[in-house]
Design a protein around this ligand. Structure first.
Ligand SMILES: C[S@@+](CC[C@H](N)C(=O)[O-])C[C@H]1O[C@@H](n2cnc3c(N)ncnc32)[C@H](O)[C@@H]1O
Length: 259
């Protein structure tokens, strides 16, 4: 299999995949990703604010604005972690709607559940531990699915996209918010210096964990670029797929529909 990621061509057979810049056995990746998120869960929110200088809130706001979610809708916040998107959707869908915060990692889910309960968000949110590749929901179930900064960590992204397609209702939309490829060359250079030098240092200082933040920087570089991901969504069945570059393409929001 040839995997094209941000201009990096990497040959991998079916038994291997990448974990950041390392080539690892496919079956090992899920455990390695789990370790990263067990390690960062407690400091995840503060690191997000520090690393992005608060800008992740604007990216998430834009995601909500593009979601078309209304009162009464059923929403899946997949790889939802500490629940930022869930909190916003919960307020929009109201008493007659439902938000499912699903994540493979119980440490992240626990932090999310505690945070949302502290915010008084109780009635319309369910917490489900699930792998994006094999979603435990009926066909045609959700009006909207978001996956924020999650797809990059999934071992078989095509399988996950097909699984999302299956559980989305006809007329529903998928939103993939993810780090992507900067579209301006000078920004790219500054961003590289920031990601590979400053980010692990911040991780060390704030979360006592440089390694996890090195993985973060590497996994971003290995993630499919804007056009590749759009093609993958189309391949999984999504229609009218398009993307919006945010902060010069450092992040992109991909949107696709199931009809
Ligand atoms: C960077 S966090 C994003 C959390 C949240 N969506 C946000 O934007 O703040 C990535 C999340 O993806 C989850 N994740 C990784 N692989 C997954 C998989 N195969 N299925 C479901 N969730 C997964 C991790 O456990 C982690 O909580």
């Amino acid at each position: 299999m040839t995997d094209t990621t941000q201009g990096v061509k990497q040959d991998a057979d079916q038994n291997t995949t990448h974990f950041g810049f390392q080539t690892v056995a496919t079956e090992d990746k899920v455990g390695m990703v789990a370790n990263v998120f067990h390690n960062v869960a407690a400091k995840y929110d503060i690191m997000n604010d520090v690393m992005s200088m608060g800008i992740h809130r604007i990216w998430k706001r834009f995601t909500i604005d593009c979601s078309g979610v209304r009162p009464g809708h059923r929403v899946l916040d997949l790889a939802g972690g500490t629940g930022d998107l869930t909190a916003k959707f919960s307020r929009i869908v109201g008493d007659k709607g439902q938000v499912v915060l699903a994540d493979i990692n119980n440490s992240m889910l626990n932090v999310g559940r505690d945070k949302l309960r502290d915010l008084g968000i109780i009635g319309n949110v369910n917490y489900v531990q699930a792998n994006a590749e094999e979603l435990p929901f009926p066909d045609d179930y959700f009006d909207c699915i978001t996956i924020g900064f999650g797809l990059r960590n999934v071992t078989d992204k095509d399988k996950a996209l097909r699984s999302m397609y299956r559980v989305l209702k006809p007329g529903g939309r998928l939103l993939v918010l993810e780090f992507s490829k900067p579209v301006v060359e000078p920004l790219s250079k500054v961003y590289d210096a920031y990601s590979f030098h400053l980010l692990p240092k911040m991780g060390e200082l704030i979360a006592n964990d440089a390694e996890s933040y090195r993985y973060l920087a590497e996994s971003i570089r290995m993630h499919p670029d804007q056009e590749t991901l759009k093609g993958m969504m189309e391949e999984a069945g999504f229609e009218q797929a398009k993307y919006f570059n945010l902060t010069g393409g450092i992040v992109a929001l991909h949107r696709g529909y199931k009809f």
